[in-house]
Design a protein around this ligand. Structure first.
Ligand code: GLU
Length: 509
């Protein structure tokens, strides 16, 4: 790599919440910057005022913060290349557009929206559905290349609306190297004369993006594949200004789980998983769900995203942020679209939940609801339940019987597993429990197994009924650990209450 200091940017437009794909773009920029001791900055691209959505910028900053993707320069963060919001840089862009006009690399166009519609319609009736304002058609339009200079000056002086368009050269191959895709060659005959600047004083995305990347000394442009078609124009603009081009890396698309098309913002809630990092509520009150509010840990979300389009070249799957920084390289980002896998995402969450200390988990549970248990008890519950939980919430719901006596009993399993002799076994086991002087999981287990051996019973004959009576459900953590946690007195009480419940259920049947 060149010796230019690495400076990368994430440049979202505040047109709505940040899609998961956008977070991945930010993440790859961040990892790349830190890997190369560089700078990661955020720039808000809000030149298209018609698509501006209030609250979107705050959403983006908040979501990145939750993910732990921290820019060192950006709105509200300071930095030597600010302002970092394009609308606040508005005055900067016009001289650049005028420079291109002066050098005959761009021109004023005065065609009205109606003129352009008419041209498109005419072309359509002639069998050309994709009319473009380009190096051929521009000669028949109202612009500073076709009108006398005096008229152009008059129109400008009179405040006639105009746009400034790029004057694309005819029939030239534009070549550039993409760090992920290799060499890309596009002939200018396939490109139109894009609008760079509008008479409302605002640049378009293309001009603002190039001017800002240059003036912010961006070394690498790492962005989504949807911007690849714009890259040739950008390369032309760098050339037109006589600036060095940054390196480009266009990231693969995120695809739906079935691989059928791009993962869109509507897919998530439709297919049952979030596509946004955090909840987003539209002005109309419509909710798009987010990973944060679903109970995902940011580490799990980021770990999952990192591997969506990049691989470390090893079988390692669990990475801390530091490990990701160490392992990341653009060379290992794939060209092919990356299929999003909601099940794998849950798996990451499980791994991260398990890796948390019982104390941390206990705190998270207390944040979810008031829990009148001691820290020690709550932490024990966490230790018992975390292997089987995906979200902290699962500990509260699936382990409800650890917080209080069961209020519901799984009648179906009870009917299926209960034998005529089962109640008698449970009664016998109860008297053994009653006789125990030490009530640890280990002694309970030894006594239980001795009891089974004496009776010549298989473990299933009594253990599952014991579980059902004590907890109301047919699955959960180890019964001897649960017994120890509940304590002898509570186990005895529950055995009585549970047996009565079972009687009731069998009676009803
Ligand atoms: N503002 C563009 C976006 O919303 C940025 C594209 C780029 O990174 O150049 O994605």
């Amino acid at each position: 790599m060149s010796s230019v200091p690495v400076r990368v940017r994430f440049a979202p437009s505040p047109t709505g919440p940040l899609h998961m794909g956008g977070v991945r773009t930010a993440l790859y920029n961040y990892l790349f910057a830190l890997k190369h001791n560089g700078t990661f900055l955020i720039r808000i691209e809000d030149t298209d005022q018609t698509r501006f959505v209030p609250g979107a910028q705050d959403y983006i900053m908040d979501a990145l913060q939750w993910c732990g993707i921290m820019p060192t320069e950006g709105p509200g963060l300071g930095g030597n290349y600010g302002p970092y919001v394009q609308s606040e840089r508005k005055e900067m862009y016009k001289p650049y557009a005028e420079q291109l006009i002066a050098e005959d690399k761009a021109y004023y166009a005065f065609d009205s929206a109606e003129d352009l519609d008419r041209m498109r319609d005419q072309a359509k009736t002639m069998g050309m559905p994709n009319w473009q304002y380009n190096s051929v058609t521009r000669s028949g339009m109202r612009n500073s290349l076709t009108l006398p200079q005096s008229e152009v000056e008059q129109l400008l002086a009179a405040g006639e609306p105009y746009v400034i368009r790029m004057k694309m050269p005819r029939n030239r191959d534009i070549r550039f190297h993409d760090l992920i895709r290799g060499w890309v060659v596009v002939n200018t005959n396939n490109l139109d004369d894009k609008v760079l600047f509008k008479s409302d004083g605002m640049p378009t995305y293309h001009l603002a993006n190039i001017v800002d990347d240059h003036t912010m000394a961006i070394s690498h442009v790492i962005r989504g594949e949807e911007w690849l078609p714009s890259a040739p124009l950008h390369v032309m603009l760098y050339e037109a200004f006589g600036w060095d081009c940054p390196e480009f890396a266009h990231l693969p698309l995120l695809l739906r789980p079935d691989g059928n098309g791009k993962l869109s913002k509507r897919d998530g809630d439709r297919l049952g998983f979030p596509v946004f990092p955090t909840n987003w509520i539209t002005a109309e009150g419509e909710l798009y769900s987010g990973y944060r509010e679903k109970g995902y840990l940011p580490g799990a979300f980021i770990n999952m995203l990192a591997l969506l389009g990049w691989n470390p070249g090893t079988t390692q799957e669990i990475f801390t942020l530091e490990e990701l920084i160490e392992a990341f390289s653009l060379e290992r980002v794939s060209k092919a679209g990356a299929k999003f896998d909601p099940e794998k995402t849950k798996w990451f969450q499980q791994q991260y939940l398990r890796a948390q200390s019982d104390a941390t988990l206990a705190e998270q549970l207390r944040a979810l609801q008031t829990i009148e248990l001691s820290d020690a008890d709550l932490q024990q519950i966490c230790a018992l339940m975390k292997e089987r939980a995906t979200f902290p919430q699962d500990i509260l719901t699936d382990g409800a019987y650890l917080f209080g006596r069961p209020t519901a009993f799984d009648a179906e399993t009870i009917r299926k597993k209960w034998k005529p002799e089962t109640a008698a076994y449970i009664q016998e086991w109860k008297s053994i429990v009653n006789s125990l002087t030490e009530f640890s999981a280990q002694t309970i287990e030894v006594s239980f197994k001795t009891f089974l051996a004496e009776k010549q019973l298989g473990i299933g004959a009594v253990l599952l009924p014991y579980r059902l009576v004590l907890t109301g459900v047919g699955a959960g953590p180890g019964m001897f650990e649960i017994s120890q946690f509940l304590g002898k007195e509570e186990v005895l009480t529950r055995l009585d209450l549970g047996l009565a419940e079972v009687e009731k259920i069998l009676h009803e049947a």
